[in-house]
Design a protein around this ligand. Structure first.
Ligand SMILES: Cc1cc2nc3c(=O)[nH]c(=O)nc-3n(C[C@H](O)[C@H](O)[C@H](O)COP(=O)(O)OP(=O)(O)OC[C@H]3O[C@@H](n4cnc5c(N)ncnc54)[C@H](O)[C@@H]3O)c2cc1C
Length: 511
């Protein structure tokens, strides 16, 4: 059992995050005999990207080489072949063991009772399992119920990890915001599964609290990070307030893109037209929006009926007053391909610290992720890290913790909210779909100043929004640094040489 006291708690394995990666890690660590404490900022399942996942989870359908080829091609040849081998060789067993046998997820079937495998952009085969276009919800909710009922797992919702506890180069758990001065949860091994970074941009498909916490905490503790310049923008998010994703499965099943003149344009950008890799489609959509005023996803060409096949998406469209078959779309931040650098078992460069899911960089995605491989990566690496963490012979150690007493200096009202807006404007403007070296330098200057202001407050209080801002500014700076160090365009990192003195005058670096 996780031991609880008013001063600190101890557990064998601590998991931070309750998406697919955190659930898989907790599940497997408990299966391996460890006592597990899972802390999560989420108050409800839908506070995770996992719950919002639409298109599905890829399998290999007994052809791992074919999936490997597609992942490598989508990544512009930059993904790590060894990491992809780990994914494809473990994919079908993980899906079978956890999703089918343990959780009995009701994946869609055809009339004759076989799985209704679908296809998405840049996949050469129909190999994706799905439940309508709401696959994440159908996976995560039973998964959370399962781990909630597990006698070896304690789940603490609405609990944020603020800092990693470290001593002599080892990680010994986290400080949470359960009490105002910070509450230590000491652990033999710690697994970060904190998801993505959507909150760093004003338009994102992610939940609002995707502030990159795990990446920032790990980096501040000295862990290696990699590939952070590869921020993926999804080409088809609703173009309006409160954007939502229009799954790639729609294009996989026949929907097409049209510009403001009603013309299809993707065939001019890539031989696979609408089914080209995401980064290619996203840039083409943005170019056409600028040239012709808008781009729509035309769902009249779908093989089935939009309303019948995608009821949740059809409802979202109706909620925003779209009744026809042409949905206005624009690119939107969606996924971070890089993150905390990990090996084939999710081990980071710090002793006793693991990272899994979107906050980790396994090497599977390289510069651009193939659709429906993220849930799979979270599942496969979550299970592997959980298994490894449970067998690591590491007793929890009580270490000295920083004192986060709420004290001076006084925090100005709306400080965090206003600085977060400034941060997002900077990321939108300078670190979006296209990057110019001068713009990246401007972003770094603004972000450095912003982080300095946040740091002045963050050590003196445990306000969650302040830590989220601190984390977002750390990750934003790391993205800017990675982008500035990589002058080569690949996948989501598209470098243009387009700076001018005029622009410099228009956008001074001052905050
Ligand atoms: C709209 C949408 C559709 C998608 N569709 C697909 C798809 O069809 N197929 C696919 O493969 N992928 C899809 N993706 C991507 C995929 O859903 C995510 O990459 C994946 O679910 C990430 O899982 P995760 O467990 O790493 O993170 P998440 O599911 O985001 O979970 C992160 C968890 O960490 C918690 N957390 C964060 N910081 C802290 C902290 N400081 N302390 C405590 N807890 C913390 C959060 O509360 C949350 O519980 C989609 C993503 C989105 C947004």
């Amino acid at each position: 059992m996780t031991e609880t006291s008013s001063d600190y708690d101890t557990t064998d394995v601590l998991v931070v995050g309750s998406g697919i990666a955190g659930c898989a890690a907790a599940f497997q660590a408990a299966r391996g005999g460890a006592d597990v404490c899972l802390v999560t900022k989420a108050e409800r399942p839908d506070d995770t990207s996992t719950d919002w996942a639409q298109g599905g989870i890829s399998t290999t359908r007994d052809d791992p080489e074919s999936l490997k080829t597609d992942i490598l091609a989508a990544s512009d040849g930059t993904a790590d072949p060894d990491a992809i081998d780990v994914l494809v060789e473990n994919a079908d067993d993980a899906v079978e063991d956890v999703l089918l046998e343990t959780l009995e997820i009701p994946f869609d079937e055809t009339a004759d009772g076989a799985f209704d495998y679908t296809r998405e952009a840049a996949h050469s085969e129909n190999r994706i399992l799905h439940v309508d276009a709401a696959t994440g919800t159908h996976i995560l909710r039973p998964f959370l119920n399962h781990i909630d009922d597990h006698e070896r797992i304690e789940v603490r919702q609405d609990t944020a990890a603020l800092e990693l506890l470290t001593h002599e180069g080892r990680v010994h758990g986290v400080l949470t915001d359960e009490v105002a001065t910070g509450h230590p949860v000491c652990a033999g091994t710690t697994i970060l599964a904190t998801g993505g970074i959507g909150a760093l941009y004003s338009r994102s498909t992610n939940p609002d609290d995707a502030t990159g916490d795990g990446i920032a905490m790990a980096a501040l503790a000295g862990a290696d990070v990699a590939d952070l310049e590869y921020v993926q923008f999804h080409p088809t998010a609703y173009d309006g307030d409160d954007p939502f994703l229009l799954s790639e499965a729609l294009r996989g099943e026949g929907a097409v893109l049209r510009n403001g003149d009603g013309e299809r344009f993707m065939a001019d950008s890539h031989p696979d037209a609408e089914l080209a890799p995401r980064d290619v489609v996203a840039r083409a959509v943005e170019t056409e929006r600028e040239a012709t005023g808008k781009v729509v996803l035309d769902v009249s060409t779908l093989e089935g009926e939009f309303d019948a096949e995608y009821p949740a998406l059809a409802q979202k469209c109706r909620d925003r007053g779209i009744d026809g078959t042409e949905i206005p779309v624009a690119p939107c931040e969606h996924f971070l391909c890089g993150g905390i650098d990990v090996d084939e078992r999710g081990r980071t460069s710090l002793d006793r610290l693991y990272a899994v899911g979107e906050c980790a960089r396994t090497g599977v995605h390289g510069a651009n992720r193939l659709a429906s491989t993220s849930l799979l990566e979270g599942l496969v690496w979550g299970l592997r890290a959980g298994e490894d963490a449970a067998t690591t012979d590491a007793d929890p150690k009580i270490v000295e913790t920083p004192d986060l007493r709420n004290s001076d200096p006084e925090l100005p009202e709306r400080f965090a909210a206003e600085k977060a807006i400034r941060l997002r404007q900077t990321m939108d403007e300078y670190l979006g779909l296209e990057r110019d070296p001068d713009d990246i330098a401007r972003a770094s200057a603004v972000l450095r100043r912003l982080k300095g202001e946040v740091d002045a407050y963050v050590r003196t209080r445990t306000a969650r929004d302040l830590y989220e801002l601190r984390n977002a500014s750390v990750v934003a700076l790391l993205i800017a640094r990675a982008a500035s160090e990589n002058g080569e365009s690949a996948g989501c990192h598209y470098v243009v040489e387009d700076s001018s003195d005029e622009q410099m005058a228009e956008h001074p670096t001052s905050d």
